[in-house]
Design a protein around this ligand. Structure first.
Ligand code: HEM
Length: 312
């Protein structure tokens, strides 16, 4: 083989129309084998004047000479020889097998001025480390969107939106005095004709004897012993004491909104405290005026019906 300067060989290759020489790729690794294949196809065209041995010898000499010249003339790819320091230091990761099975994006940082990373699919285990170090080095262009996840909403907003307590809707009207009381009602369903108006009509009828003492009977001085016998049982009327006065509550029992058993709790004794605990606003004096028996007196004070008339 005749020694020729490298640039001469390069010019010859360009003149021959070798695509590998005319359009060198910056991303593909140029190897002498690649170029040799091109020449091999070209040189394998047989001629009539060459023997098979001459053709073999000629082709071999040309290939070796061309490959040697290309190695000198064509600098290796920068991606192969000029790896960043941080990537080349991960040769240990290259040698050890990685359990990663899915392809990962790899960063190849070009050091020709613009530090814009490019990515390609690869199973190289050093790629992840290269990406991480590239990001840490803040080489991302500012125009590219970041991959950071949006921050979650504040805990207070989540709690107010999804954990609203019943009855606290912002659409509900503000609480007023017409709202139901917290204590459940203990009223009972009364029989027809037992309404407060029915009671008022009956109580104001002069022909009604709600005292059950006979027509024109005077007011009585009632002793505690007399009161205890008026329990509403064994055919006797139910008397109670409200504010020192004795009333016959027997005719009112079917009209009592709280039910007869409730009203009978005060029968035969002083019901003032019990009454005041449940409904002190009720005007019992007016409602039971026609049921008045007399005054509660001490045991020795009960003398005559004449004194009972003085209660008026
Ligand atoms: C002293 C024994 C009495 C007891 C233990 C008693 C008990 C009750 C109870 C438990 C209620 C239902 C309260 C509710 O949850 O709404 C009630 C209602 C009522 N009671 Fe009595 N009561 C007594 C005497 C009387 C008397 C003497 C009168 C009148 C003559 C009366 C008139 C009423 C009225 C008008 C209501 C309805 C109150 C309302 O609409 O809020 N009670 N009573």
């Amino acid at each position: 083989a005749i020694w020729r300067p490298p640039f001469i060989q390069t010019l010859l290759s360009i003149w021959r129309g070798d695509p590998q020489i005319q359009q060198p790729s910056t991303t593909r690794r140029s190897s002498p084998a690649d170029i040799t294949v091109e020449h091999e196809e070209e040189e394998n065209q047989p001629t009539a004047t060459m023997t098979s041995r001459d053709k073999l010898s000629s082709a071999t000499n040309r290939r070796s000479a061309t490959a040697a010249a290309d190695r000198v003339a064509m600098p290796p790819s920068k991606l192969v020889t000029e790896q960043p320091t941080e990537i080349s230091t991960n040769s240990q990761a290259n040698s050890s097998p990685s359990p990663q099975t899915t392809p990962k994006a790899t960063a190849s940082v070009q050091l020709n001025g613009d530090r814009i990373p490019s990515f390609s699919l690869s199973t190289d285990p050093a790629s992840a480390a290269a990406i991480a170090r590239t990001v840490e080095a803040n080489t991302w262009p500012s125009a590219l969107p970041t991959l950071s996840a949006p921050s979650p909403p504040p805990e207070s907003l989540v709690r107010h939106q999804y954990d609203r307590q019943p009855g606290t809707s912002t659409l509900a009207p503000p609480p007023t005095h017409s709202s139901k009381p917290a204590k459940p009602s203990r009223k009972v369903t009364l029989e027809p004709g037992r309404s407060p108006l029915d009671w008022a009509r009956l109580a104001n009828n002069p022909s009604s004897d709600l005292r059950n003492l006979g027509p024109g009977a005077p007011y009585l001085r009632v002793t505690p012993s007399m009161l205890r016998r008026q329990t509403g049982r064994k055919g006797k009327d139910a008397w109670t004491v409200l504010g020192g006065r004795v009333y016959n509550i027997t005719p009112y029992l079917p009209f009592h909104p709280g039910g007869e058993p409730e009203l009978l709790r005060a029968a035969g004794r002083d019901g003032s405290k019990l009454f005041g605990e449940i409904h002190p606003w009720v005007n019992y004096e007016t409602m039971l005026s026609s049921c008045l028996i007399g005054l509660l007196v001490e045991e020795h004070e009960a003398k005559s019906t004449g004194e009972m008339d003085a209660m008026d």
